[in-house]
Design a protein around this ligand. Structure first.
Ligand code: SF4
Length: 333
């Protein structure tokens, strides 16, 4: 389940920005995130020769990543295939950049099937709005949950009324994934924030004695430039998600019970601007209900410092079993 680095290296384009050299780069450039248009051309060039290739940017800062993804989106590219790591996360985790790149290669591999499933969609607008904004609507990509079995999911679970008698109405679905974790019998589990992704993260914190995991969405990554050091002396492994609504509260509670400090970044003001605002609100309240730390300041993480060295060692098989049980119990309940 924990993927081999050498095997996956050829499948991911590792683009090192601003002249950075971390040894695992497949491409080095002097461009920075602020050189948005040229960077879009560079990534588009990679996809022109190797479509659907995941791209990992390695950058000295994350400011501008959100607008870079926005630009890819407005041009109709599947921006789910792009991720980033770099100096702010080396500060956050205390890991050298090469180890972080290695970890993200594993995460990309674990989440690749979900990322590649993203389909181009257009936002839902009223007819009047559509007429007003005709041709100006930026395309976006959505990962739609995959049905499994026949048990329907209650329509009230979806904040966007996209569940109709158990069926997902794709034109309304925003891919928030609340229904996947609320109705595990009705949908196939996710790989990104399900067992494959979480085991990849657990194996890294276990191997490097890290204290916990910071879950943060792509739209908020820029804030790490200024707050990554707040968690010190605790060492947190970053885990990027499309939205906090992609997280399973049961699984995160289970990871906490293993002695892993779990922090979910959520900033009410920033998240209010997001198209998944309703889902993020619902998810953050469910996560808090499970005892997970949810918030925009990492200062509290400092209290978890050095727990990584004291945490009882568990085999990956045991962790997989515990995580699977949390979902199975939910299914039965
Ligand atoms: S809950 Fe989210 S993922 Fe599920 S159908 Fe509604 S919008 Fe789509």
């Amino acid at each position: 389940m924990v993927h081999n680095v050498v095997a996956r290296q050829s499948r991911v384009a590792v683009v090192c920005l601003a002249g950075m050299d971390v040894g695992l780069c497949t491409e080095k450039t002097g461009l920075q995130l602020s050189d948005r248009d040229k960077l879009v051309d560079l990534v588009a060039g990679i996809w022109a020769s190797k479509p659907q290739t995941p791209v990992l940017l390695v950058s000295p800062s994350f400011t501008g990543f959100e607008s870079f993804l926005g630009e890819l989106s407005s041009l109709g590219f599947n921006y789910f295939l792009v991720d980033i790591t770099g100096v702010p996360e080396s500060i956050l985790s205390g890991l050298p950049l090469e180890r972080l790149v290695e970890y993200f290669l594993g995460l990309l591999e674990a989440s690749l099937s979900d990322r590649r499933r993203a389909k181009r969609a257009s936002p839902i607008v009223s007819r009047r709005e559509l007429l007003r904004r005709l041709f100006l609507l930026p395309p976006r990509h959505v990962v739609v949950p995959e049905p499994a079995g026949s048990e329907p999911c209650d329509g009230g679970v979806c904040p966007y009324n996209a569940l109709d008698r158990g069926r997902v109405r794709e034109e309304k679905c925003r891919g928030c994934m609340l229904c996947v974790w609320e109705c595990p019998s009705a949908f196939k589990p996710l790989h990104w924030t399900g067992i494959p992704g979480l085991i990849q993260a657990y194996s890294y914190i276990d191997k490097h004695g890290l204290d916990g995991i910071l879950f943060i969405c792509h739209n908020n990554l820029g804030v790490l430039d200024s707050i990554a050091a707040e968690a010190s002396p605790a060492r947190l492994l970053p885990f990027h998600v499309p939205c906090v609504s992609w997280l399973s509260p049961q699984m995160l509670e289970e990871l906490s019970s293993l002695g892993v400090y779990i922090h979910v970044f959520y900033d009410e003001d920033r998240c209010r601007q997001c198209s998944l605002r309703l889902a993020a609100e619902k998810a953050s309240s469910k996560l808090r209900g499970r005892g997970v730390v949810v918030g925009s300041s990492l200062v509290q993480a400092g209290g978890a410092a050095f727990t990584g060295y004291m945490r009882p060692r568990r085999s990956l098989e045991e962790v997989v079993r515990l995580l699977s049980t949390s979902v199975t119990l939910r299914r039965q309940g």
